[in-house]
Design a protein around this ligand. Sequence first.
Ligand SMILES: *Cc1c(COP(=O)(O)O)cnc(C)c1O
Length: 385
Amino acid sequence: MYPNDLVKFWFKGKGHWSDVPDEKWLDWRWQMKNRLKNLNDFSQYLQLTPEEVHGLESAENRLSVAVTPYFMNLMDPIDPNCPIRKQVIPVENESQISEEELWDPVGEESSMPVESIVHRYPDRVLFLVTDRCAAYCRYCTRSRLVSNAQGYGFHPNIESGLNYVRNNTDVRDVLLSGGDPLLLSDDKLNYILTSLSEIDHVEFIRIGSRVPVFLPQRITKSLLDVFSNISNLWLSLHINHPSECTIDLKETTHKLATVGIPLGNQSVLLKGVNDNIETMKSLIHRLLMMKVKPYYLYQCDLIKGSSHLRTDVNTGIDIIRGLRGHTTGYAIPQFVIDSPNGGGKIPLSPNYASFNEDGSILLKNYSNKSYLYPAIKDPLVSIIE
Ligand SMILES: *Cc1c(COP(=O)(O)O)cnc(C)c1O
């Protein structure tokens, strides 16, 4: 059906849990309650390697381990190089910390005027509303506080966050993140979103969430009702590999689009997961089919214990070069580095232009053919006799 696609089918169904009745399987609280968390749980479904066994035994003081049954079904039970496994099953290498790695890799701590707010750019803030996720990505940028495995003791203070936004009239854009905001109850989300949308200077509200990917069951009719009452709400998903694009996820994104939520995706470039052109192309084509615009591709942050997942920066640039012009322009994400020490997101692009001294520009197109864009000269003055 998809002759050009790297992954030949879209996963569907209950997989290992075919005995579980639909009313449980489709209940997000059942999925949360039945998450896999330890060696014993995972060994029922995966042929674990010694590296994974060690990782599972030693992860608890770095970042919690949890995987929903829904997401577990996407893993290859035998192949340790499975791109889904690598994202959520810890390995021994996680305890190896390299010199350049940081506790606070993108320098957020120094831009937190109140406990729940990161205010780095003049016109927009990041509002951290929880430290919990449906499943824990091993390369989490905020592993210092998410899941509280390191004893950070993060206490989201919703009121002080809302007041901060109310009192700062320059803030026109609020990004809810965490942890994953979609783990909050419908009532709590409704309260936060409604309160924000009632602030005159807030024009744009977005939620960063991986819940549709780990737990599509959470996107219930009543949550969609909450969303549809907010005048301008966008959603940024986090999908890294085409196998994560299941029938359930596609149905979920189509429902979100139907109630008027524009959808973007942020991927993290990860070694052995999505660090080649074919995988990325398959992913971004699936995203378009799901009505999701690929937004950012991130260089993996300098998180402690993440060097086994981090690629060379040139890998990202080469991937963009392999996509631009070769496929739909809408499908191309912007490759960025979220810079250490709070510099924010900085775009990196292949270089297609060289600027000549005479003001002309030598352009190279996607297939490396050269074109000259001339220097702009003053218009010729025509002399009328
Ligand atoms: C990523 C981020 C934003 C949003 O940046 P955009 O480029 O607008 O997506 C805002 N604040 C902080 C602190 C961020 O890290």
